[in-house]
Design a binder for this molecule. Structure first.
Ligand code: NAD
Length: 401
């Protein structure tokens, strides 16, 4: 069948299996090229667990660990599988991405194990522990890159839902339709205390801490283990919806978790726990956050003009090579966070973005913002608009790539 993108609201609700596989291969090729240019790494992870491995930052982390450093990777993600039923069932992009990753890893002789399951459940943790024990390995890097709107607490069975909402005051802002470029006003009420609590339950540090605790108890973490969870800060113009909103509260909880975990890991395994603050990119969730979507399209224009624009893969190359595995101490900011959002937060970039955001209109948007680049990233996330893929060709299977 011919597969075209199906867009509902600001979401692309289907995936192109061949396109997803091509996008993964393209990320792998760029990492291989980068490694060849860099030469031999000074230090490397050997066995890496990536929780949230199928898309965005988690997928890029896994690709860099495997193809940039030769690490064995264990990936966990929660994706809907495709099936060649009647009618055929389209899987989620991450389902095809994982398949492409495993195939390419195998072809390159790199060990990889992929688990499709709920990262929030004890059962999935047990599956990971079983793999590590069976293969006689110890994990020396755990990347926590889960982005979810729901979490079932593994002990109480209660379901929590996260929201992107401001705290204290209602918010009005604008958002952009990735396909048409139409700018529309968007508003949201302030979060209730329950919504703040629930967002922290889903996107805060509780689940990350459960992972590290259970992996440590099962004795599958190596001495000197590093673990990293991802965060975002962004510009002051997005604070009301991000840093000072419900998600910001969850990220602050994640940061407090890192401090506590770091002390515990140092004492038990000479290990380290970090937060890495990453750059804003187009992802399944970021396109639906008021203000952020418009900000990103302007940011891309400014950073591309300056020659400093990065996607997930370049961000992860820098995280691994220039922060985590330099052969020396990991550079952090004054509160202990790794910053690879440095190029985004460059004062000159932010000044220019602020100026552009203040003058944006529907008419001047294509000059002020990068609609073409933003739309491309939006489509590529679901396997569309990938270079070299013939979208008029019949896709033979929904089950495989
Ligand atoms: P993403 O949506 O691309 O990826 C999320 C991953 O989490 C996927 O692999 C998905 O399968 C997995 N996942 C979701 N629910 C799960 C579950 N119950 N069990 C197992 N896996 C599950 O998200 P992303 O944008 O790459 O974000 C990853 C992290 O990076 C988040 O912490 C996010 O806040 C942070 N971050 C994102 C941005 C950005 O602009 N997108 C910027 C900085 C930091």
């Amino acid at each position: 069948m011919i597969i075209q993108p199906m867009i509902r609201g600001n979401m692309c609700i289907n995936a192109h299996p061949v396109g997803c596989a091509a996008a993964v291969r393209s990320q792998i090729s760029s990492v291989q090229k980068w490694r060849a240019e860099q030469g031999k790494p000074k230090d490397s992870p050997k066995t890496v667990l990536v929780i949230g491995c199928s898309t965005g930052y988690g997928l890029a982390s896994r690709i860099v660990a495997a193809f940039g450093f030769g690490a064995t990777t264990i990936g966990v993600s929660f994706e809907k599988e495709g099936a060649d039923t009647h009618p055929p069932k389209n899987g989620t992009p991450g389902w095809y991405n994982n398949m492409a990753f495993d195939r390419e890893a195998k072809a390159s002789g790199i060990e990889s194990y992929t688990i499709n399951g709920d990262a929030f459940s004890h059962d999935t943790r047990k599956k990971v522990i079983d793999i590590v024990k069976k293969t006689n390995k110890k994990i020396d890097l755990v990347i926590y890159s889960v982005a979810s709107v729901v979490r079932v607490d593994p002990d109480s069975g209660k379901l929590y839902r996260s929201v992107f909402k401001p705290i204290g005051e209602a918010l009005t802002g604008e958002t952009i339709d990735a396909m048409t470029g139409k700018i529309t006003p968007i508003g949201t009420d302030p979060a209730t205390d329950e919504e703040i609590f629930n967002t922290i339950k889903v996107m805060g540090g509780e689940d990350w801490a459960l992972w590290i605790d259970q992996l440590a108890k099962a004795d599958v973490l190596s001495e000197g283990i590093k673990t990293v969870a991802y965060s975002y800060i962004g510009p002051s113009l997005s604070y009301a919806i991000y840093r000072d909103g419900t998600i910001g509260e969850a990220k602050k909880h994640l940061e407090r978790t890192a401090k506590k975990m770091d002390a515990e890991l140092q004492a038990s395994l000479k290990g380290k726990a970090y937060i890495s603050v990453n750059k804003g990119v187009v992802s399944r969730l970021s396109v639906s956050i008021p203000i952020i979507a418009l900000y990103l399209s302007v940011l891309f224009k400014v950073m591309k003009k300056k020659g400093t624009h990065e996607s997930c893969i370049e961000q992860m190359e820098r995280l691994f090579a220039e922060r985590l595995y330099t052969g020396d101490a990991v550079p952090t900011d004054n509160v202990g966070r790794i910053r690879i959002d440095d190029l985004e937060m460059d004062p000159m970039v932010q000044e220019e973005v602020k100026k552009r955001m203040a003058t944006i209109t529907q008419e001047n948007f294509t000059q002020v913002g990068d609609l073409v680049g933003y739309r491309h990233d939006f489509l590529v996330t679901n396997g569309f608009d990938v270079e070299g893929v013939d979208y008029t060709a019949d896709v033979a299977s929904m089950e495989s790539i």
